[in-house]
Write a protein that binds this ligand. Structure first.
Ligand code: FES
Length: 164
């Protein structure tokens, strides 16, 4: 896994679907009048907004693939863009193995419920509420996700609006 940390004003995305480093800016700026290299966002202005972490630009994600995001406070989330366009974030630590691997899990569907399977031991977790569907008692923390100006932000586990 790539472990890249950027300056304190940007969020570290620990890995990306193509395993290349990901940075938050510059992101595409649709405003034709804007300078060509103007950053599309300014994560530092959001660092204290209730514990939310700017993760990465929306266009960096590949549907069906996850990325690991280093959250404020040092925890990690696994962020997924699904093929239906929805975003989900859960804890990146596999509850069974204790390894930071959930961003590399396999997304799927169980009876209409979006899921991610651990790449190690194959437990399957709901991306909606984090519960393990095949091993009772195991759960992943669920993080809320929102998009501002094309940048995905991940909130603290247990906050409102998990997945969008
Ligand atoms: S980082 Fe620019 S809107 Fe959130």
């Amino acid at each position: 896994m790539n472990t890249r940390t950027t300056s304190p004003s940007t969020t570290a995305v620990l890995d990306s679907p193509d395993r290349s480093p990901v940075s938050v800016s510059p992101a595409p700026v649709p405003d034709a009048a804007a300078p060509a290299r103007r950053p599309a966002c300014h994560p530092s202005t959001h660092r204290d907004a209730g514990g939310w972490t700017p993760a990465c630009a929306m266009h960096r994600l590949l549907p069906g693939r996850g990325v690991a995001v280093l959250l404020r406070g040092g925890r990690q989330a696994a962020l997924f863009l699904l093929t239906d366009g929805s975003l989900h974030a859960v804890g990146n630590i596999d509850p069974s193995a204790g390894a930071a691997v959930m961003s590399r899990g396999i997304v799927g569907d169980r009876g209409g419920e979006a899921t991610v399977a651990s790449p190690l031991l194959k437990e399957v977790y709901s991306l909606t509420d984090g519960r393990c569907l095949n091993v009772p008692g195991l759960t992943l923390p669920v993080h809320p996700v929102r998009v501002e100006d094309g940048v995905i932000h991940v909130g603290p586990a247990g906050a409102d609006s998990p997945g969008i």
